[in-house]
Write a protein that binds this ligand. Structure first.
Ligand SMILES: [Zn+2]
Length: 748
């Protein structure tokens, strides 16, 4: 049946009343979904059969001297056909019987391919794709374009009966942003990623036509867990064994039913595989750009090298910031940067580097001896005091960028926030970069993770990238960040920004946010219509444009779409933000206390979200069996369960406290014991609920994310266990009542 053609939005599902016809149209519409949306697609009234009954009916044609990316493009197509059709097409330099799929330079011999490519313009990643008659042509301006043509064709394949097919089409496509991708921060999670995890991440990115991967290799934050500063050095320096950041994470495993203690160094450090990550990414048209942060976000180097640390008025070295007047500071930093460039970047022909520069301000928590002490990253030595901070920083930026350029680095990214906040982004500053010969090498990364979206000035004369957030705090409640991503990209595109890469950790649960970034960094045409994107994503994810898919995400968004606005109130339930403050040892008692009073009526908000997410779970469950990737649905299901279980756990705690108080007030010993047994029952149920969710995490979440996710949940669990033990004991024995009374008194 040929219903309209696959014009996507031209055909209307709701206008078709015959259920069978409607089903076919729905399937056709889902087939036409391509991420990111190509710029020009013309569907033709024909379909090409590529495999049937386990037999390949096509052949991939590749020139003998084909480039590696063209060979990879051919492999992408062959793998996709093999997966659907259980038959792998042959590859050769000549056309054969059946459909010929020309990949790369040899596609020029296919009439019409050059025409499609010409319409795509001069962009190095532009491509033409022609599927018509007995051939398919995938032709890019460069091998990268051909690779992207293959990623498009891969998504166009579909199964009908026991055949693999593709609809006839002419596609001319190119990206709106030159650079697109993710910046993955040095953090718990990324520090446990294996080489294979990084390769999987890169394959995922390449399939979305991302071409840029920033990786944090050095950055530090204040004291949070275990009274230790949060420092990450992801790369080993043979000359500097002191620059290492071992960590211990203790968490409860509900599956093992016991506490775990993981002591480790970042896997990238221990196995020294960063060079392999850079090379693997490059083979997939993804540039890896390491970020070595400073002079904010640095405590490890000042701590281990006090001679380069910022000094206080008395000349004492601080554990945060550098002395920017001391030549030794530059010697050390440049030595470390050169080591990264020489060992990992230059051998792979990479000329990109990120020198950080964000958040250079006073912080508490830099000093482990006295975490409450405010520490200033700005040096107070006589030489530093002779200059203003802005002068010191400008000298630093110029010396650092000139050094990098001298090392063959032609693209240096710098966060915008500090320079902007102290008024340094002036024509004079840009002129000084020009004079230093580095202006065209410097790229400002404009970041903001909340609203309103950040506008990039158009007349500054510096290259610009926009940096929204697609998901970072995987250990907190989920966040729909599409509303952060699309306006940033729209504004940046209008301002002429060349790049869009987002600040992230890598968690498959953030899939929709990453897709949103991919969609709009490639194609700005539909950026005003985020609901169209969400609908398209829901249909792709669940394999049908059915009622359940739309409902699932609608409920999901009713809860998690509001997180950017209520994040503080919601995340208060988890340990993370409490870890920053003096009150870290009181969690979650401090939360229980405030919920007992609940002057802000937050419990209603939590209940509302809980209700939406229970409904979302119901609909996700209904979609799961038919979804192309049920594992991805499981990610969303667990994100629903995380909040539902945490809210239920707090409710159980509050109910148990109320029941205990009532029981203890009873005059009759028997009534008291009975009341306490009821309280014990309630809190035990809460504990089981929490354990079930935590155990499920171990099935669903990536292994590298688990320790950090479970560490925070384990804090809550510890409290519930303690309360349960106290209530049970008091129910069983009068002698234990005192302990329960003390616990309750501490909470009131
Ligand atoms: Zn100094």
């Amino acid at each position: 049946m040929r219903l309209g053609r696959r014009g996507g939005r031209q055909a209307s599902v709701t206008a078709v009343h015959n259920p069978g016809a409607r089903r076919q149209l729905e399937e056709a519409l889902v087939r036409a979904l391509i991420f990111p949306q190509p710029q020009n697609v013309q569907w033709l009234s024909e379909e090409l059969v590529l495999a049937e009954s386990g037999q390949a009916l096509c052949r991939i044609v590749l020139a003998e001297n084909a480039e590696p990316l063209e060979r990879l493009a051919a492999a992408v197509v062959a793998d996709a056909i093999a997966k659907l059709g259980e038959a792998r097409p042959e590859m050769g330099t000549d056309a054969g019987g059946g459909v010929s799929i020309y990949v790369g330079g040899c596609a020029r011999q296919r009439e019409g391919a050059e025409c499609a490519l010409r319409d795509a313009g001069q962009h190095p990643e532009a491509y033409g794709l022609l599927a018509q008659g007995d051939s398919i042509a995938l032709l890019g301006n460069t091998p990268a374009g051909t690779f992207y043509a293959a990623q498009t064709l891969r998504q166009m394949l579909y199964k009908e009966g026991d055949s693999v097919r593709v609809d006839g089409a002419v596609i001319s496509d190119w990206p709106d942003f030159r650079y697109r991708g993710l910046y993955i921060e040095s953090k718990w999670g990324p520090d446990l990623m294996s080489l294979q995890d990084w390769k999987d991440c890169i394959d995922y990115m390449a399939a979305l036509k991302f071409n840029s991967l920033g990786i944090g290799v050095y950055a530090c934050w204040c004291v949070q867990y275990e009274g230790k500063r949060t420092e990450f050095s992801m790369l080993p320096y043979p000359e500097h064994p002191e620059l290492q950041t071992p960590k211990t994470i203790k968490y409860y495993s509900a599956k093992q039913q016991q506490w775990q203690s993981l002591t480790y160094l970042p896997r990238m450090f221990e196995e020294d595989f960063f060079g392999e990550v850079v090379a693997y990414a490059k083979s997939r048209n993804v540039i890896v750009r390491p970020q070595f942060n400073g002079p904010g976000h640095t405590t490890l180097i000042p701590h281990t090298h006090p001679e380069v640390a910022a000094k206080d008025e008395a000349g004492r070295p601080q554990v945060y910031g550098y002395c920017l007047s001391n030549p030794k500071t530059y010697e050390l930093i440049f030595e470390l940067w050169d080591s990264i460039i020489d060992r990992y970047l230059a051998p792979n022909g990479i000329d990109w580097f990120h020198m950080g520069l964000d958040e250079i301000y006073n912080i508490t928590g830099a000093d482990e001896e006295n975490p409450e002490r405010v520490v200033d990253p700005w040096c107070k030595c006589p030489a530093c005091r002779e200059k203003s901070r802005n002068e010191l920083l400008q000298d630093y930026v110029i010396r650092a960028t000139q050094h990098l350029v001298g090392k063959g680095i032609n693209n240096i990214t710098i966060w915008n926030d500090h320079l902007a906040s102290v008024g340094m982004l002036t024509p004079e500053f840009v002129a000084s970069l020009e004079q230093a010969g580095v202006r065209d090498k410097v790229v400002l990364q404009w970041w903001r993770y909340d609203e309103p979206a950040l506008e990039i000035p158009q007349d500054l004369g510096l290259r610009a990238w926009t940096t929204p957030m697609p998901g970072y705090w995987f250990w907190l409640f989920y966040e729909d960040l599409t509303s952060n991503i699309y306006p940033h990209l729209a504004l940046a595109h209008r301002a002429g920004a060349e790049g869009a890469d987002a600040y992230a950790t890598f968690d498959p649960a953030f899939d929709r946010n990453y897709y949103c970034l991919a969609e709009y960094s490639w194609n700005q045409a539909t950026v005003e219509d985020i609901y169209e994107f969400k609908s398209k994503y829901a249909r792709k994810l669940t394999g049908a444009s059915g009622f359940e898919a739309v409902e699932a995400f609608e409920k999901f968004d009713q809860a998690y779409g509001s997180v950017p606005w209520v994040r503080g109130a919601l995340d208060m339930l988890l340990f993370y933000w409490h870890s920053y403050s003096r009150a870290r040892s009181q969690y979650p008692g401090n939360v229980v206390k405030s919920l007992l009073h609940d002057s802000m009526r937050l419990r209603n908000t939590y209940h509302g979200m809980r209700t939406h997410l229970s409904r979302a779970s119901h609909f996700f469950e209904a979609c799961r069996a038919k979804a192309p990737d049920p594992g991805l649905i499981d990610q969303y299901l667990w994100e629903c369960e995380r909040l539902v279980a945490v809210v239920d756990t707090y409710e159980a705690i509050l109910a148990a406290i109320r029941k205990s108080q009532e029981a203890l007030a009873a005059a009759e010993p028997e009534a008291r014991a009975q009341g306490l047994r009821a309280a014990a029952q309630v809190v035990s149920e809460g504990l089981s609920r929490l354990d079930a969710m935590m155990a499920r995490a171990e099935d669903v979440k990536k292994a590298y994310l688990l320790p950090q996710i479970l560490r925070d949940l384990s804090r809550l669990r510890g409290f519930v266990t303690e309360l349960a033990a106290a209530v049970h004991a008091a129910a069983d024995s009068q002698a234990a009542v005192g302990r329960l009374e003390k616990l309750l008194a501490d909470l009131s």
